[in-house]
Design a protein around this ligand. Structure first.
Ligand code: 6GU
Length: 244
């Protein structure tokens, strides 16, 4: 997989080297390319030079904040997006990022993350690349607001790259982990068997694999009921959010 990140904060992604992704890169399953959006902002749309390399402007219709310019993003993405590439635009106004979407993206030949700051990117940018035949996804991590797409892109990159076929040492751990079966993960314990008066549940010491599997499933269900009842009653989310 080829990963391209376009951002006005390229330094932010130096941490890619130390994340889980380091392993996938060493195994040559992922190639990462971080681009500074301002490299495409030296010449204005009218052809004159811009020493400030401006990437944003005030919104049509008024309002607070700035909007990132379509012409700058267009030049960047024309250079970076390859045939078959998926354009991912992190935004709190996007569709939810889920484990199912991460699994889907893990088989793409190229992912391009367009990291916007301020009040977002001119809405014609995703519209244009979708019209040009690219798969375009505006994706949100959850119902809270970050300053920009960088932290969100980093989280999505980690979620996706660990699912690239051939990346994980133990394929079973993908099947067993949180969300793979739509439930939260059961609690885990290791030695010592007793710690500060708290004992590891007896059944885990029994060696009875059938009983252990049943106990873990019950714990997963209980946790999900208590912490994420929405996962058990997806109808509450509304029908259009069910399928990707
Ligand atoms: Cl993807 N972007 C931003 N800026 N804020 C977010 C988000 C994304 N997901 C949740 N909050």
């Amino acid at each position: 997989m080829r990963l391209d990140i376009v951002t006005i904060f390229p330094e932010f992604f130096s941490a890619l080297d130390v994340s889980l992704l380091g392993k996938a890169r060493a195994a040559e399953l992922v190639e990462t390319n971080v681009h500074d959006l301002r490299d495409w902002a030296a010449i204005r749309a009218d052809g004159t030079p811009d020493v400030h390399r401006t990437v944003d402007d005030s919104p049509f219709g008024g309002g607070a904040g700035m909007v990132m310019k379509a012409d700058v993003w267009g030049k960047a993405l024309d250079d970076v997006l390859e045939p078959g590439g998926v354009l991912v635009v992190p935004t709190p106004a996007g569709v939810p990022f889920t484990q199912a979407l991460a699994l889907d993206l893990a088989t793409a030949p190229q992912l391009v993350f367009a990291c916007g700051r301020y009040e977002g990117i001119d809405a014609r940018v995703p519209e244009h690349y979708a019209s040009a035949g690219f798969r375009v996804l505006e994706v949100s991590l959850g119902d809270y607001v970050l300053n920009g797409g960088e932290v969100a892109a980093f989280a999505m990159i980690e979620a996706v790259t660990r699912l690239i076929p051939g990346f994980m040492g133990n394929a079973q751990s993908i099947v067993e982990e949180s969300h793979a079966d739509g439930l939260l993960e059961y609690p885990s314990y290791t030695r010592p068997a007793s710690w500060r008066g708290l004992d590891v549940p007896e059944v885990l010491m029994s060696g009875h694999h059938g009983k252990i599997e049943k106990w873990r499933h019950e714990q997963s269900e209980q946790r999900t009921r208590e912490r994420r009842p929405d996962l058990l009653s997806p109808d509450l989310l509304g029908p259009d959010l069910l399928a990707p």
